[in-house]
Design a protein around this ligand. Structure first.
Ligand code: UDP
Length: 321
């Protein structure tokens, strides 16, 4: 299939393009390069544009005879979303609406959406699709609004959609072609690796008084290449007029302290850290129950071990140094 990948120059989008190309699909990247990287577009044509430019997106859909859209282009920082909800609702909600309108103009009716576990809020057990969604930050709220849009567009216009709710994307392409490069970097794993590499003096552990085993937040880390594979699988279950959603994680929770310890062990370097205040909008624990993705998508992560995610990200970081 010919697939428009919005945000295909970004971390998860670029890995999805690689997985699509390997599965025999043809990815066409649409990216405004505000946070994405031109070097990461290597598996098909590139269109420099913004999802808010409805007409331009519709032309790209027609010109490349696109059959399905994978929508990664978004803002994705919890903390920033609290300070600047305007940006998040504009890019994530208005941007997705514009993209869906472009699809209607160009008669494209298959859609795979990058959603997030942040749509759930505070839930203290492994989170299944049947759990209630009650986001505690504008980022999660913006993604949940798009899920609602997709339900309504499925019912009214027959658009087939799948929302994939990622837990914490981590790692890098095992072959070393792609990886995570954010400026500024705010994610735990790459920051811990930068400390290990001597590029930062220390890591701030944001919150040490949560009601978790060691007082730090617990997250479910999932390899970016496994997320990419889930997108290829999602194409096979799209059904006209139907919205579906799947949670994607490994079902294992690691605390911030445990992540820091594993980074030190895998890299063989010291990772200095200090206790810091909580970051607004962070739920104490987010762990997936991904059994529906296993059953319905036939999705089985290839790299479930946190140490592999760390090793792949470390080797990508060193290859760029
Ligand atoms: N975190 C931290 N120090 C950092 C960056 C992140 O303690 O420098 C914590 C953050 O508070 C959260 C967890 O690490 O509990 C994962 O954060 P990240 O930003 O990587 O992903 P998120 O869960 O926000 O998507």
């Amino acid at each position: 299939m010919r697939i428009l990948v919005t945000g295909g120059a970004g971390f998860i989008g670029s890995h999805a393009c690689k997985a699509l190309a390997e599965a025999g699909h043809e990815p066409v990247v649409l990216d405004n390069l505000r946070t994405g990287h031109r070097w990461a577009v290597r598996f098909g044509p590139f269109v420099h544009g913004d999802i808010l430019e409805t007409e331009r997106v519709a032309s790209a859909l027609r010109e490349h005879r696109i059959e399905a859209v994978m929508h990664f282009a978004a803002l994705a920082y919890v903390g920033e979303s609290i300070a600047r909800p305007d940006l998040y609702y504009r890019t994530n909600v208005a941007g997705s609406l514009s993209l869906l309108e472009a699809m209607r103009l160009a008669d494209v009716s298959r859609f795979v959406f990058s959603s997030t576990c942040a749509t759930f809020g505070n839930i203290d057990h492994p989170i299944a699709e049947s759990d209630g969604q009650s986001p505690i930050n504008p980022y999660g709220a913006s993604k949940l609004m798009v899920e609602r849009l997709l339900q309504d567009y499925a019912a009214a216009f027959g658009i087939a959609s799948v929302a994939l709710r990622y837990f914490n994307a981590a790692g890098a392409d095992p072959e070393g072609e792609l990886g995570e490069v954010h400026e500024p970097e705010t994610h735990l794993l790459p920051i811990a690796l930068q400390v290990a590499a001597g590029l930062r003096p220390q890591l701030d552990v944001m919150g040490t008084d949560y009601a978790t085993a060691d007082g730090t937040c617990v997250r479910d880390y999932i390899h970016v290449s496994d997320l990419a594979d889930a997108h290829v699988a999602a194409l096979r279950v799209l059904e006209p007029g139907r919205f579906q959603a799947f949670n994607l994680g490994n079902g294992n929770g690691f605390s911030v302290r445990q992540v820091v310890d594993r980074v030190a062990a895998v890299t063989g370097r010291e990772v200095a850290w200090q206790a810091a205040p909580r970051r607004a909008g962070d739920p104490p624990s987010l762990v997936a129950d991904a059994s529906a993705a296993r059953d319905r998508l036939g999705w089985l992560p290839c790299y479930p071990a946190l140490d592999d995610m760390i090793a792949h990200a470390w080797s990508f970081m060193n290859s760029r140094a």
